[in-house]
Design a protein around this ligand. Structure first.
Ligand SMILES: [Zn+2]
Length: 354
């Protein structure tokens, strides 16, 4: 990832709490030490994985841990139950019942030790109506943000001597402009024991076509509420058009599993399109995957070879395809950043999306 140009890695608190356990990562000296990554790290709160084990999503920002979600649908089993204090869920590994609350999430995230953490929030779906979304913010996501800051304060005090870990709030509110604006203003102004959120993550369910518009509502309210200088992260986005829409509406950072998940199954990003390398037409295609790409895979291997590896289920195929997709996304964002610096963003975007 470092050679590909990635500046930050994001890990998942839910998965790390289950395996190997946050106390193991704490004992190792934190997430960066544990995996020998000497650059910034993020953890999400675990809420997405805990709550996305439900079903009935129209379109959510990301669908992490698809295997667990698929298991739930297959078994018609409800794996998570939300109340105003937190969420009880069934482990996708061994079926045992576990609890996530703002306090537990923050304790786990402090032990994991990432540089940037996220407050525990309720992930709603587009199937839940306006009334539910209002209630979710007022009874859970907002009080949980207060409790996340309180626990962040306690952990920061008690783990004295450790480097400061930043805490971002998560902006929910589904497709509703008034709720997106209200939550942005509330969380930007929130202060607990003198601590405020250090940044903001735009999350939750919304129609993908409205991504730019919704990030725009959040950004303008954050800017008007004293948080103009604070970073904005977009959770679970890596579509090409979505990156442009996010950046022009104020997004600073992104994370997404798609480049690696799609890559390991042989879906590869070329230009502004995607190919399936398993397709029979690549079987005897001895040209590089993308002659324009500077990644290790494109510099060294042909489409025919990748076609062969993926068809055989060979792990090397998944690795090589993941390298290409991650390189593609990271370098696309590099090019967008350069276009902004060169003041020719609009021309670059038009040429790229064409
Ligand atoms: Zn490549």
């Amino acid at each position: 990832m470092k050679a590909l140009g990635a500046q930050v890695l994001l890990a998942n608190a839910y998965h790390l709490r289950l395996r190997p356990g946050s106390e193991i990562i704490d004992a190792a000296g934190g997430l960066g030490k544990f995996m020998n990554w000497d650059a910034p790290t993020f953890t999400d709160s675990g809420g997405f994985q805990v709550m996305s084990l439900g079903n009935g999503y129209k379109k959510v920002v990301a669908m992490d841990e698809k295997t667990a979600a698929e298991q739930v649908v297959a078994k018609k089993d409800k794996l998570s139950r939300i109340d105003d204090d937190g969420v009880t869920f069934k482990s996708h590994l061994d079926g045992s019942y576990l609890r996530f609350t703002p306090e537990i999430s923050l304790k786990v995230q402090h032990e994991i030790g990432a540089d940037v953490m996220f407050a525990f929030d309720e992930l709603t779906t587009l199937n839940q109506d306006y009334r539910y979304q209002v209630e979710s913010l007022s009874r859970r996501t907002h009080p949980w943000a207060v409790r996340s800051l309180e626990e962040h304060f306690r952990q920061t005090e008690s783990r004295n001597g450790k480097p400061y870990q930043a805490l971002y709030a998560v902006l929910q509110g589904a497709n509703y402009e008034d709720l997106r604006r209200r939550t942005s203003r509330y969380l930007a102004e929130l202060s607990v024991n003198g601590m405020q959120f250090d940044g903001f993550g735009v999350g939750g369910a919304f129609e993908k076509e409205r991504l730019g518009e919704i990030i725009g509502y959040c950004s303008s309210e954050l800017n008007a509420s004293g948080a103009e200088e604070k970073p904005r992260h977009i959770l679970g986005i890596s579509g090409v058009a979505d990156l442009f829409a996010g950046i022009e509406n104020g997004a600073d950072t992104f994370d997404c599993v798609s480049p690696s998940r799609e890559g390991r199954n042989g879906a590869l990003y070329i230009g502004n399109t995607r190919i399936n390398i398993k397709n029979a037409k690549f079987k005897a295609d001895f040209s590089p995957l993308d002659p324009e790409c500077g990644c290790y895979t494109c510099q060294n291997y042909t489409k025919a070879y990748l076609n062969h590896l993926i068809r055989c289920g060979e792990m090397l195929g998944s690795t090589l395809c993941t390298i290409h997709n991650e390189y593609y996304i990271i370098h696309l964002v590099d090019k967008i950043r350069q276009a902004l610096l060169d003041d020719n963003y609009d021309e670059f975007k038009q040429a790229y999306l064409r």
